[in-house]
Design a protein around this ligand. Structure first.
Ligand SMILES: [Zn+2]
Length: 74
């Protein structure tokens, strides 16, 4: 799904392995930009590389439209 965003995973911010709902909620309120279009991100996903090519998990900040696009394409 990252190819949809043209995101380089190793440049994404590292997410804690054990991120809780509170961590996710805090991240959503930190006003990050959508990785795809740069608008205010209102959602966030935590992604892990299925191939294990990068270490740990990463935050994926997305606006609502791109959140849905990623979800639909995943
Ligand atoms: Zn977007």
């Amino acid at each position: 799904m990252l190819h949809l965003l043209k995101a380089e995973p190793t440049l994404l911010p590292v997410a804690p392995d054990d991120a809780s709902g509170e961590d996710i909620e805090r991240r959503r309120q930190e006003a990050h930009s959508c990785l795809s279009c740069g608008q205010r991100a209102t959602t966030v996903l935590i992604v892990a590389d299925p191939q294990g090519a990068w270490q740990g998990k990463r935050w994926l900040d997305l606006c609502y439209a791109h959140f849905n696009a990623v979800r639909a394409g995943a």
